[in-house]
Design a protein around this ligand. Sequence first.
Ligand SMILES: *Cc1c(COP(=O)(O)O)cnc(C)c1O
Length: 452
Amino acid sequence: MPVTTSHRTESAAAAAAADTARPDDVPERPPADPGAPPADFGALRRQDPEIADLVLAETARQAAGIQLVAAENFTSPAVLAVLGSPLANKYAEGYPGARHHGGCELVDMTERLAAERAAALFGAEHANVQPHSGSAAVLAAYAALLRPGDTVLAMALPQGGHLTHGSRANFSGRWFDFIGYGTDPATGLIDYAQVRDLARAHRPKAIVCGSISHPRHPDYAAFREIADETGACLIADAAHPMGLIAGGAAPSPVPYADVVCATTHKVLRGPRGGLLLCGAGLAERIDRAVFPFSQGGAQMHTVAAKAVAFGEAATDAFRSYAHQVVANARVLAGGLARQGLEVTTGGTDTHLVTADVAGLRLDGRTARGRCAAAGLVLDTCALPHRPPPPAPTTGIRLGTAAVTTQGMREPEMERIAELLGAALRGRPGGREAAAELAGAFPPYPGVGPSGQ
Ligand SMILES: *Cc1c(COP(=O)(O)O)cnc(C)c1O
């Protein structure tokens, strides 16, 4: 697929007009070095010790425990610097060259760079870097392709679908008619025969592939084939694996999906935010679905931080990171199985491990509490194909993105599996052991507990 590197060429037609209408606005060169940026943690401590203390305590909490929440990561000091920069002050409704506000010349350059880097990194024709979150990206994808009342086929929530895949508590379940597909009870893998049957029976306008807990790669080619056969669009919600895709450690949905939705803060390790990729033919519809349809001004500090993260993700170091994330998850999955947990699908191809703790006579919530008490932070998750309550319907979900950023490798994953096994059995002393392990791999080396 050709890589068009300019966001501008794909954007609203008004862009070119606005470019020529206000030539004086375009600075010849960036302004001179204004000195150190004004983000100042010392000022926060003096002015608002209550919030400063909470920020410091949270910083310490993140460093003191083992962070296994699969959707989290430690973003780089460079990304954090941009997030705390005066770009946070800038209003920028619209797109580069076609803004509703003055003074956007420099943030225009920033957003163009972010979109160009995203498009190049993922081999997409068009990137929109403005969605405030992964959910906002999914909302915009639906807005671009669907009308209220349309039928959509997505992974059922108890099987691993996200809230935006048809939850009744979410806009998706209220405004669209969602049909849920699932996994094969014997293998735990996506049941493509069922996906095909449901698509034939319900003729959805769109099929969504992507999950919050499925630890294997979707077969994007199979989804594309089913979508083509039944006249549906294909939306890939790659919020979780996007960083693995960037690093070449997972297959890319870009050649198959009409629209790819993602977050930038999970394995991708950027700022909290969303991302949309599509072909040139959908570019204008996607852009309009983000602004003005579902969002106002873009958050330019976040857009700039996304650009930094895309730059980092294009490096060899990030490729090694992404592969290590998967290698670590495989070792963690093996270790958990030896601790008596039933690992979904018998292992993982990604950063995710989900497991049933019923073999230890626990449900997910109790397991999460025991682990938290031992300094091991993780999530519960729905488990498909469970007997009805009172049997436990939840298990635990872990991810290796954050601990891998800290520099942990296979031996540490073995150790974490042991610590988890001990914590789940209610053995004492776990917190000290977790703190010792975490202390050997500080997320921000050289940054003291003062947070400076
Ligand atoms: C995380 C996630 C989202 C939502 O991202 P937010 O930034 O929390 O809104 C959407 N879809 C999937 C599959 C996800 O994993």
